[in-house]
Design a protein around this ligand. Structure first.
Ligand code: NAD
Length: 238
């Protein structure tokens, strides 16, 4: 099945399935029913079955899912059966934290190139990677064959960073800058915006100023993609 035929919201849930399944495997659990998996995730078994049905038949009637097989399959579907090199643009407070975070490597991502604008940052070395000037983004990304970029620059520099990454061949961007980027077709983006997430949480801390019925649930999510937008206290925590 072509990538485009599967709803993006389903793709967003797959990493959470893998993470949960890995936890089960580490606990020595070999097989799991969709009901049991649903309990771990705080979603319905029907949703899990529906999501997985996009990719084929994984469970056996009455036997549930083979945990290791399902991990392998979802890992293959997400192309996580390899290490992906990532270009990081912005080596400020956030960029440095990202560059030093070792957890990405465990999950198949290697910060392979780092760029910044500030001469004080250029030339620094993190895990063997030298911080390069931003004017080299396009050429280095192209020569290295890097397809994923992380943007950790101020909002007013983010579009330029995206354009440079894309010019070098990047096709997937994780954007931390609080700005909407204009992207050409064929480029995928995820945004991480803690401030707006916090701002949307404060809605629930006081009585609602507008009737609940005016809001349509499920359009924006942070904790569990596509369920109820995290509107129910105690719903799935990633
Ligand atoms: N720090 C956080 O906790 C946090 C949290 C959420 C979102 N963000 C967002 O992440 C981004 C970075 O935040 P920060 O706190 O690290 O900022 P920062 O000012 O500490 O770092 C930004 C870095 O980007 C570099 N830069 C500026 N223009 C550039 C360009 N054109 N090309 C390459 N590098 C360039 C700067 O030299 C600097 O090193 C911002 O958009 C911010 O809103 C930060």
């Amino acid at each position: 099945m072509r990538n485009g035929a599967i709803p993006d919201i389903v793709i967003r849930r797959l990493p959470i399935y893998v993470r949960t399944l890995r936890r089960l495997a580490a606990a020595g659990i070999d097989s799991v029913s969709s009901e049991e998996l649903a309990t771990h995730l705080g979603v319905t078994a029907a949703q899990i079955r529906r999501d997985l049905s996009f990719f084929g038949r994984f469970g056996k009637q009455g036997k549930g899912y083979d945990v290791r097989h399902l991990i392998e399959e979802i890992t293959r579907i997400l192309h996580l059966d390899r290490t992906w090199d990532v270009a990081l643009v912005g080596f400020g407070r956030l960029g440095q934290a990202i560059a030093h975070y070792r957890g990405f490597e465990e999950d198949g991502f290697r910060i392979a190139a780092i760029f910044d604008h500030n001469p004080d940052h250029i030339g620094q070395v993190v895990n063997g990677v030298v911080v390069l000037p931003d004017y080299q983004i396009e050429s280095v990304v192209r020569e290295s064959g890097i397809k994923i970029g992380i943007i950790a620059v101020p909002a007013d520099a983010a579009q330029q960073a995206a354009d440079q990454l894309i010019a070098g061949g990047v096709r997937a961007i994780l954007n931390y800058a609080p700005v909407i980027l204009r992207l050409p077709p064929g480029i995928w983006m995820r945004e991480i915006d803690p401030t707006s997430a916090l701002q949307s949480l404060t809605y629930y801390l006081e009585p609602a100023p507008i009737p609940d019925s005016v809001l349509s649930p499920g359009s924006f999510t942070t904790s569990w993609p596509g369920s109820n937008g995290g509107r129910t206290p105690g719903s799935f925590r990633a």
